[in-house]
Design a protein around this ligand. Structure first.
Ligand code: DHB
Ligand code: FE
Length: 278
């Protein structure tokens, strides 16, 4: 059976894309952030995943506000990034893993989740940036299954629902009949608000409590309603539900292998975190 080797959670701030392309990794502003990925590169080289399943949110590139799925699973053979403005670069295309996608769809439907299935999908910074941070400048040696979660248009799914979706996806991975190694990713966050009166809002205390809860008490994050998440983390801090979905795929306790929390990147409390099953 396929095996989850760990989870990798990462901020997906769009400005990271041009910083990569313009080789700003050692600039004083960027270094504390990019240095957080040295561990990730060594860890990926060690665990050598064959597949990545990625929980992320779309910001209007593939889905717009007129039709925004609560959950959507990519079931395509290949995926593409697109220019989303502001000079954000297009990264290399992605190989899909159709068989695993459909197995995940079948499994989560049996668990009473009803995702939209997508045979064509374009990715914005939310998926492209963490992938480029993890495998910089190379043809990625993995196939992917993208899982979109609505974090941008109310009503969003609850944190608890996303965590339980992760549980079902984890069961799907563990019942998939190959011996492949699967990395699960969750992108976005942590606290940030980009607009309105609270633009620039960051909540370090909440973020740290959330990060510390994930290995052995991930239910902590599931107690909050969407409104409470916005209150505590800012409007876009809602992206923490992608992290909870990813964490849910590891059924038991996890152990933290690495955390780099750094404020700010853009207006965001950035964080990269690696966990393995305990
Ligand atoms: C920004 C955009 C995002 O989607 C995000 O998650 C963080 C920051 C930005 O535009 O700076
Ligand atoms: Fe975002």
């Amino acid at each position: 059976m396929a095996k989850i080797v760990g989870t990798l959670m990462s901020t997906h701030v769009p400005a990271i894309g041009p910083a990569i392309v313009n080789k700003k990794q050692d600039d004083p502003y960027w270094k504390p952030f990019f240095d957080g990925f040295n561990y990730v590169h060594d860890w990926i080289a060690k665990v050598q995943p064959d597949v990545a399943v990625i929980f992320y949110n779309d910001h209007g590139l593939n889905f717009w506000l007129d039709a925004l799925p609560t959950f959507a699973i990519g079931c395509a053979k290949e995926y593409f990034t697109k220019d989303e403005g502001w000079g954000i670069p297009r990264f290399t295309d992605f190989d899909g893993y159709e068989d695993l996608s459909w197995h995940i769809v079948d499994t989560v439907k049996a668990a009473d989740f009803d995702p939209v299935t997508c045979q064509e999908m374009y990715f914005d910074h939310a998926l492209a940036v963490p992938m480029e941070l993890t495998w910089p400048g190379v043809q990625r040696p993995i196939r992917i299954v993208p899982i979109e979660i609505n974090t941008v248009l109310f009503p969003t799914p609850t944190a608890k629902r996303c965590f339980n979706l992760g549980r079902a996806v984890g069961q799907a991975i563990e019942s998939f009949g190959t011996d492949e190694k699967v990395l699960v990713m969750g992108t976005g966050g942590l606290s940030h608000q980009l607009e309105g009166q609270r633009a620039g809002f960051i909540n370090r205390k909440f973020d740290i409590e959330f990060v510390e809860s994930l290995p052995t008490n991930p239910e902590w994050g599931t107690q909050f309603s969407p409104e409470q998440i916005v209150e505590n983390t800012g409007t876009q801090g809602m992206e923490m539900i992608n992290w909870l979905a990813a964490r849910g795929t590891i059924q038991g306790d996890a152990k933290t292998m690495h955390v780099n929390y750094h404020i700010p990147i853009s207006d965001t409390a950035s964080c990269v975190m690696v966990m393995e099953p305990a």
